[in-house]
Design a protein around this ligand. Structure first.
Ligand code: SF4
Ligand code: SF4
Length: 462
């Protein structure tokens, strides 16, 4: 069990975490006139706080008992145990996405290049890893399959409702467990974590796959029945730091010549170009799935223009592809639980579809203006596809990153600086340049679980 989650956090009784936004209230009875005050006696006890998902915005550790079992299989102590007992014929493979690399680099006061260099060296030279990879190859497959499913959906004209991205397990678990009516909206394409796992498992007959991920929810994703065997253990950057401290290892001491990529190349599986799997793509730092869909559609409409429309807060953004006066495709980013709640309300309220059709018609007949976007209002529920992320700010603000015990304002400022670093230091690679074309499809099977009021996410920053 991770030292970051204590056993006492893990039971079916939902109690507020340290960062819980639900205030602990006491009810104070007004003393009745004429009543004498009894000295030395507290007149009111604290009332038990009851918290529902509607109240919940900033999770810091609630979990249900079934997830407790899953988490006990996914921690750095579990990894250490497995690593010590790894059979001789089993190779260790490690993957890490850009958000975690940036967070760790910032924590250790290193450039991203120096961090990558020392991380690969640590995994190779201390842990004996055979492969150490970035997640861009997996992400490229997620993007390609998302694009082709969305295009197919649009051409079939079966629905006006948006498809919802399912790469954030915080949101997927929320939908499956508490909003079953959302499940039909979920796009079933697997996340980069799971696809990277599938690909790594093909690199040798016996692979143990460790991945470093920005939130605790990714542990639950790795434990899904429809992803069994793809990832053996998920740890967060916070756990990685704890693990290195316990082992008295200094990551910085593993750095060598930053310009020399030979070790990074050696640790790439056959056929994987390190300039691709350590790279990124255009779009948001949570994967850029919304923007990539619009880029894909823009190839079909070479004369069309991409409009970027900001939403009512910084966690909402719409991309609209406008050909003449017609909106030919649209997508959006929508992050944070507050925005998710509004989205759910709009998508599931009765009459929403009738309204959608009306507004869609209006938009199609000239809603988008080509001269500036200031007068346009982003409305994700009316786009073809929504990149939904549970954390405010997206994965760059994940609960497993090294953002300390800071308040939400400081965390957001830190996330903004990591976001800027993401754009500055990780080169975007066009989809065409990525390795080969994988004909397989990587799909989830979603299950709407019976309705529950349990809080289902752990350690993220909703
Ligand atoms: S999950 Fe929600 S209710 Fe639980 S501690 Fe976090 S904010 Fe509070
Ligand atoms: S948005 Fe947050 S909860 Fe969702 S995958 Fe990213 S880090 Fe995890």
């Amino acid at each position: 069990m991770s030292s970051l989650l204590s056993e006492s956090d893990l039971n079916d009784f939902i109690s507020p975490g340290l960062a819980c936004i639900k205030p602990t209230e006491t009810t104070k009875e007004e003393p009745k006139a004429g009543n004498e005050l009894e000295v030395g006696k507290e007149s009111n006890d604290l009332e038990k706080v009851s918290i529902s998902l509607q109240d919940c915005l900033a999770c810091s550790g609630c979990i249900t008992s079934s997830e407790e079992i899953l988490l006990s299989r996914q921690s750095h102590t579990v990894f250490m145990e497995a690593w010590k007992n790894l059979p001789e014929d089993t190779l260790l493979a490690v993957s890490i996405p850009p958000q975690c690399r940036l967070s760790l680099a910032q924590y250790y006061g290193m450039t991203l290049g120096a961090f990558d260099n020392s991380f690969v060296s640590l995994m190779r030279n201390h842990f004996g890893a055979r492969y150490v990879v970035g997640t861009q190859v997996g992400r490229n497959i997620t993007i390609r399959q998302t694009n082709s499913e969305l295009v197919e959906r649009k051409q079939s004209q079966k629905t006006n409702s948006p498809a919802l991205c399912a790469v954030c397990p915080g949101f997927v678990l929320y939908a499956e467990k508490t909003k079953p009516e959302l499940v039909p909206y979920l796009l079933d394409v697997k996340s980069p974590q799971q696809i990277t796992g599938s690909l790594l498992k093909e690199a040798a007959p016996h692979i143990y796959h460790l991945t470093v991920m920005p939130c605790f929810d990714k542990k639950l994703e790795a434990s899904r029945k429809d992803g069994e065997g793809e990832v053996d253990c998920v740890i967060t950057p916070r756990e990685l730091v704890s693990m290195l401290q316990e082992l008295q290892l200094d990551l910085r001491s593993f750095v060598s010549d930053v310009e020399d990529n030979s070790l990074i190349e050696t640790c790439s599986p056959p056929g994987w170009d390190y300039r691709v799997h350590w790279a990124s793509n255009e779009g948001s730092s949570s994967g850029g799935f919304a923007y990539q869909y619009i880029l894909h559609q823009s190839k079909l409409y070479p004369d069309a223009e991409i409009l970027t429309i900001e939403g009512k807060n910084s966690d909402i953004r719409e991309y609209r592809l406008v050909d003449g006066t017609k909106t030919v495709a649209s997508s959006s980013q929508l992050y944070g639980f507050r925005n998710i709640q509004n989205m759910v309300r709009k998508l599931t309220s009765s009459g929403a579809s009738a309204r959608n059709v009306k507004v869609l018609r209006k938009r199609a007949s000239g809603g988008a203006q080509r001269t500036g976007t200031a007068s346009l209002v982003a409305d994700p529920t009316k786009t073809d596809f929504i990149e939904v992320m549970a954390c405010p700010g997206g994965c760059i603000n994940g609960g497993g990153l090294l953002n300390g015990e800071q308040n939400s304002t400081k965390r957001r400022a830190l996330a903004k600086s990591l976001e800027a670093e993401y754009e500055r230091s990780i080169p975007p690679v066009p989809l065409e340049e990525s390795t080969g074309h994988d004909p397989r499809v990587y799909k989830y099977t979603f299950t709407a679980v019976e309705k529950s009021s349990d809080v289902v996410t752990v350690g993220n920053t909703w």
